[in-house]
Design a binder for this molecule. Structure first.
Ligand code: HEM
Length: 487
């Protein structure tokens, strides 16, 4: 049983917390967003630099600490742990107290977590430069960082479970289902991926564990946080309950049952036993159905909200993210088959897929959340409507172009390899695609710069808005609509 969206909405005045301390720790939300966006900037620069290496134009040769391999790991690790995790923490600090009517365990603990987590990110960044990486994809974090991450996860459990356990609500909204499970899954996934292959299991047996780890980090941490975030913000921005609570729960249980089984689909055609590969294929098909349920729920909720795409930039981000999610799912239907794997394995197709889901879906939803929250956090109206539009279009066009060029490059590479074309010829053939990837990377970076500039100027100089600090459905975009909070 879950409660209706109208019950989910509550403002600070209905909180159980004493009036001296507001329900939501806004400063923590703000600073986690700032840290996350800073990490994203560094990660994007690292991605751009690494793309230059693939064009044989590495600008900093013969400097070990800046060698391209290390820069690639900095790109992926800062995305996962610096950007996504910081932004998800911001999202949790905003949503969990609202959904439970209870404050998080302690604000002081919040600052400890903020400081410790970002020191962990800095340590990872420095460790990777110094060549201390573990040979575990997405788990390259230096070995001395790993226990600290587990400790950090435990502190987050204490912080976020406290309001969930204390809540007087009889039923929990579906976002809380995802969050509650996601915290546990994060700890288990991290321990499995970073400790087992490093210390306990070696060789071929470690393969399935690594597959499980890279997939579960996305599926059991990023996905539950992302889905919970979407289910919270979209109905609130649209001022409409989600289309189907039942479907949202089908998504939850489907994710819980099928996601952990599909990790081996990263190693199809490898020496891992075929029964494990086939079971990964079957559970991937099941997960596709589950993801489709979330996409349907989003679009059915959005349906009938006349002009919301034109009026609301946050909804635009969520909408395009859901569309990209559909494309990712559609791609999956092909790429999970052994036949198709023969073409695309080890090619840019996979890199295109990774960017589409990690950036095009979950990061776009985070941008939607930032667009919705930033005026409420700063108390100022957005500084520039046109910067908001520029940031949206540059990012969408940049990411769309990057995905298309990497998909085309992957197919070219795969088909040429199948025909035993020499590697040097293949590399020449994909060069124009890689050049296009770098150009699209600049477009994405430009979009990011517009968003961050607007955030800074909004916080510093923009005029103070009469904002409904909790809910503001439609926002002023083209000087056509009422400003946020008018309703
Ligand atoms: C300025 C924009 C970006 C550029 C130029 C860029 C470039 C790259 C490059 C060159 C790689 C390595 C590909 C290879 O080894 O063949 C990579 C990997 C990756 N990037 Fe980015 N990236 C950008 C933004 C992002 C963003 C914003 C995200 C996620 C939010 C992201 C997620 C990833 C992931 C998950 C991988 C690993 C892919 C895999 O191993 O299959 N990137 N990126």
């Amino acid at each position: 049983m879950i409660e209706s969206q109208s019950e989910v909405r509550r403002d600070d005045s209905s909180a159980v917390a004493p009036p001296t301390e507001p329900l939501v720790a806004k400063e923590l939300v703000k600073w986690h967003l700032i840290a996350g966006m800073t990490a994203l900037g560094v990660a994007m620069l690292a991605g751009l630099f690494y793309s230059l290496q693939l064009l044989q134009a590495w600008p900093l040769p013969k400097i070990a600490v800046l060698s391209p391999g290390r820069i690639r790991m900095i790109h992926t690790n800062l995305i996962a742990f610096g950007f996504l995790t910081n932004c998800f923490l911001a999202m949790l600090y905003w949503t969990v107290p609202r959904l439970t009517g209870q404050r998080v365990a302690s604000r002081a603990l919040g600052w400890v977590i903020f400081g410790a987590w970002n020191l962990i990110i800095l340590g990872t960044w420095a460790g990777l430069h110094l060549g201390e990486a573990q040979a575990i994809e997405w788990g390259e974090t230096p070995t001395w960082i790993d226990p600290l991450v587990v400790l950090g996860a435990i502190l987050v459990w204490i912080q976020m479970y406290t309001p969930i356990v204390r809540t007087r609500e009889k039923a929990l909204y579906v976002s809380l289902w995802y969050f509650t499970a996601g915290f546990i899954w994060l700890g288990l996934t991290y321990i499995m991926g970073n400790f087992f292959p490093e210390y306990l299991v070696a060789g071929n047996a470690a393969g399935p564990l690594l597959g499980l780890y890279i997939h579960d980090l996305v599926g059991l941490w990023v996905t539950p946080m992302g889905w919970g975030m979407m289910y919270f913000f979209v109905p609130i921005i649209l001022r409409k309950p989600i289309w189907s609570h039942a479907l949202s729960l089908v998504g939850f249980w489907g994710l819980a049952f099928f996601y952990p089984l599909q990790g081996v689909h990263h190693f199809l055609g490898s020496p891992i036993p075929m029964f494990a590969q086939y079971s990964a294929v079957i559970s991937t098909i099941a997960v596709e159905i589950v993801v489709t349920s979330v996409i349907i729920n989003f679009f059915m909720t959005w349906r009938g909200t006349d002009g919301s795409l034109r009026r609301s930039i946050p909804i635009r981000w969520f909408w395009v993210g859901a569309l990209f999610y559909f494309i990712t799912c559609f791609q999956c239907a092909f790429q999970v088959t052994l036949t198709f794997q023969k073409v695309i394995h080890f090619t840019d197709w996979v890199v295109g897929h990774a960017h589409l889901v990690m950036f095009g879906v979950f990061s776009f939803w985070i941008f939607g959340m930032i667009e919705h929250l930033w005026p409420k956090l700063t108390g100022h109206e957005w500084w520039s409507a046109s910067l908001r539009r520029w940031s949206f279009w540059l990012t969408v066009i940049g990411l769309g172009g990057m995905f298309l060029t990497l998909t085309a490059s992957g197919l070219t590479e795969g088909l040429m390899s199948m025909n035993l074309v020499p590697r040097a010829t293949i590399l020449e053939a994909v060069r124009p695609f890689w050049l296009t990837r770098t150009i699209t990377g600049f477009a994405i970076l430009a979009g990011y710069t517009c968003l961050v500039t607007n955030m800074i100027l909004t916080a510093r100089t923009s005029r103070v808005a009469h904002i409904d600090t909790d809910y503001g459905p439609f926002e002023q975009v083209d000087d056509e609509e009422v400003a946020i909070g008018a309703v």
